[in-house]
Design a protein around this ligand. Structure first.
Ligand SMILES: Nc1ncnc2c1ncn2[C@@H]1O[C@H](COP(=O)(O)OP(=O)(O)O)[C@@H](O)[C@H]1O
Ligand SMILES: [Mg+2]
Length: 277
């Protein structure tokens, strides 16, 4: 077995040069259950509302739940594509917020090991679909397993979701450290979800930056830079929307968390989607 196929060694530029320039953003976290899927789905809806063509790929193979959040019951999933039972195009389905999704489907747990087949299937999905969209959001798994790191490696930009809980922050630190060392990332974007007070997220991000400055150095010799993209307050409407299996942005567009997502979409647009003048 060729070691290069099984060892994780992403290139400096995660996408080959012939890959189209859709903006691919991986949404990930150190710890599970912090709000990755909530952010992915609602950010996709907010970016769609701003006129972008958005695809969300449920890349959390082990704990896929985008279908639950969006109340979709797909006939064809990524699992069918990976096993050759269906065409990729048939797995792309419309989501309530006006964007497109590919759902992982049950059975994907068997892909929790990063084999050469999983890698090439994943890359094929991205290479084929990215040209058709302005933004591709990868709702990845949490942590630093091979599969999670590989799915993140397909995205030039990473958005880490963390909550103010100490366990979420230590896990975020561990994930950022690996992304910096293994994927040679010079910067990682951060959104702090479930904050109690305005300003909490910025303070937490700068505390985390201080720890990274001391203990993590990138290949260039500079510390990995955290870019604070915004905060989302803890808001009972989020749970309520999940219980009703509706997008928060559609159900309660005026609630604090929905307004924060809309603001995050504005920041994503101005920093990532608008070409520098
Ligand atoms: N801002 C928030 N305020 C209140 N509850 C939230 C918020 N964000 C997420 N949650 C709760 O956390 C749960 C887990 O979120 P989810 O997006 O499924 O996490 P992950 O994808 O990271 O595992 C949601 O179902 C929701 O109940
Ligand atoms: Mg999830």
């Amino acid at each position: 077995m060729n070691d290069a196929l099984t060892t994780f060694a992403p290139p400096r530029s995660p996408m080959p040069t012939d890959t189209p320039a859709a903006h691919i953003i991986a949404i990930t976290s150190g710890k599970g259950g912090v709000g990755k899927t909530f952010v992915s789905a609602n950010l996709a809806a907010a970016l769609t509302r701003r006129g972008h063509r958005v695809l969300v790929l449920d890349a959390d193979l082990g704990l896929a739940n985008l279908d639950v959040v969006l109340n979709l019951h797909p006939k064809i999933t990524l699992h069918d594509v990976f096993t050759g039972k269906a065409q990729l195009d048939d797995a792309v389905i419309p989501a309530p917020g006006g964007f497109s999704v590919i759902l992982a489907g049950s059975g994907m747990i068997e892909y929790s090991r990063l084999t050469p087949e999983v890698r090439s299937e994943f890359l094929n999905v991205i290479h084929t679909l990215a040209p058709r969209y302005d933004v591709v959001i990868l709702d990845t798994g949490a942590g630093i397993s091979d599969v999670v790191l590989f799915s993140i490696s397909m995205a030039p930009e990473v958005l880490i979701v963390a909550t103010p809980e100490p366990t979420s922050l230590t896990d975020a630190y561990a994930a950022i450290k690996v992304l910096s060392s293994q994927q040679k990332r010079q910067h990682v974007r951060m959104v702090v979800n479930q904050t109690a007070r305005a300003g909490d997220g910025r303070a937490i991000t700068s505390q985390l930056q201080q720890v990274l400055d001391r203990f993590v150095t990138t290949e260039s010799g500079k510390p990995v830079r955290l870019i604070h993209m915004g905060d989302i307050p803890a808001d009972p409407s989020v749970r309520d929307a999940v219980m009703r299996r509706q997008l928060l942005l559609q159900q309660m567009p005026g609630c604090p968390a929905a307004l924060a997502i809309a603001q995050l979409a504005g920041k994503v647009e101005s920093t990532l989607l608008t070409p520098a003048a």
